[in-house]
Write a protein that binds this ligand. Structure first.
Ligand code: PMP
Length: 364
């Protein structure tokens, strides 16, 4: 609608307008049920049909093999930082973490409470602008799993390929919160993929966990019931009251992505948007700069700085006036960040680039 802005927020983030309109049309009376999805019993046939359809469309999108469970949980990706070691490790087990940004670091720090994690590579000294070369990694053969953050939301660093886990059970785990469903992924390479919904696939409050079924069922005794994958898998994510409305919204987004032609098509659009924006930054003669190494730049989160950093506040102010909002970089790194998730239209990126060129011509 005319009043909507282009929202470049990192999450919660912009959602497809057609999905919001569909939700609006079904808000008060979902498909003649006489009530809103918010008011339904989570065990009634209507809601069960909603969660089953959401799972089935997600399985189609990511081509999820049948030996993987899909769980719709709560607590955000942050809760998974604890759930993963609690479910997969004993307190004395070692695990490997590759730390390519703040989120990988947070995952590592939380794991320290429940097992013995090692950082086998960190990009911190290079300000998190790189992904390591996989050949140089010193993986611990006794580690229970290797953990990565597939896309660092704050630093804009994205794995384009994945390291082969060299631990004894061959388990790779990825936090895909900020690039979930942005491109095809070979799920069979991973033991667990997890993601908070609020960037690419829905509102906050839903956390999606895709887990190989043989990894379920070994939780430490102290594991809270809400963090135990076995409990949630056995109960089809309905052990307790799930975030029903959020799951419904994710389902609408999955359906929309299927209708768009699936993740191959989605990735093409995301590559085009990212290319336009990075080209504008790189072609600005240094007026704008992106610190991330070119080969690992994120298709989702584009951080950049201004050579004249004193102009940042002005740029944000002018962009906001032009209905392009939430361009301020994360408080920990400063600068600017444009998050261009699936639901950011090409027109939004084109408008931003035109604005950035104009801003440069007025302030160079
Ligand atoms: N991992 C990544 C990559 C993230 O971007 C975020 C949120 N910005 C988190 C984890 C934490 O997610 P949540 O707020 O859902 O706990």
């Amino acid at each position: 609608s005319q009043d909507r802005v282009f929202n470049f927020a990192a999450g919660p983030a912009t959602l497809p307008e057609n999905v919001l309109q569909k939700a609006e049309s079904e808000l008060v009376n979902w498909r003649n049920s006489g009530m809103s999805v918010m008011e339904m019993s989570h065990r009634g046939k209507d809601f069960v049909s909603i969660i089953e359809k959401a799972e089935s469309d997600l399985r189609t999108l990511l081509n999820i093999p049948s030996d993987y469970a899909v769980l719709f949980l709560q607590g955000g990706a942050t809760t998974q930082f604890a759930s993963i070691p609690l479910n997969l490790c004993n307190p004395n087990d070692s695990v490997d973490y590759i730390v390519t940004g703040s989120w990988g670091d947070k995952a590592f720090k939380e794991a320290q409470k429940y097992c013995k994690p090692n950082v086998i590579w960190s990009g911190k000294s290079e300000k998190y602008t790189k992904i390591p070369s996989f050949d140089d990694l010193k993986q611990n053969p006794d580690a229970k799993y290797l953990h990565i953050c597939a896309n660092e939301t704050i630093h804009g660093v994205e794995f384009k390929d994945y390291p082969t886990p060299k631990n004894k059970d061959g388990i790779l785990i990825a936090d895909m919160s900020s690039n979930f469903c942005s491109k095809p992924v070979d799920v069979s390479k991973f033991g667990i993929i997890y993601a908070g919904a609020q960037k690419n696939v829905g509102p906050s409050g839903v956390t999606i966990v895709i887990i190989r079924k043989d990894l379920i069922g070994n939780a430490q005794d102290i594991t809270p019931v809400m963090l135990d994958y076995k409990i949630h898998a056995e109960n089809n994510s309905l052990y307790n009251t799930p975030p029903c409305y959020g799951i419904y919204m994710c389902g609408l987004v999955f359906e929309d992505l299927v209708n768009q032609g699936g993740l191959v098509e989605v990735e093409k659009r995301n590559m085009k948007k990212a290319e336009i924006l990075y080209n504008a930054i790189d072609g600005s003669g240094g007026f704008y700069r992106c610190p991330v190494e070119k080969s690992v730049r994120s298709l989702m989160n584009v951080p950049f700085t201004l050579e004249k950093s004193e102009l940042e506040a002005e740029l944000i102010k002018e962009a906001t006036k032009e209905k392009m909002v939430q361009l301020k970089g994360h408080r920990s790194v400063g600068g600017m960040r444009a998050s261009i998730y699936n639901a950011m239209p090409l027109a939004g990126v084109e408008k931003l680039v035109t604005f950035m060129k104009d801003f440069q011509s007025r302030h160079a």
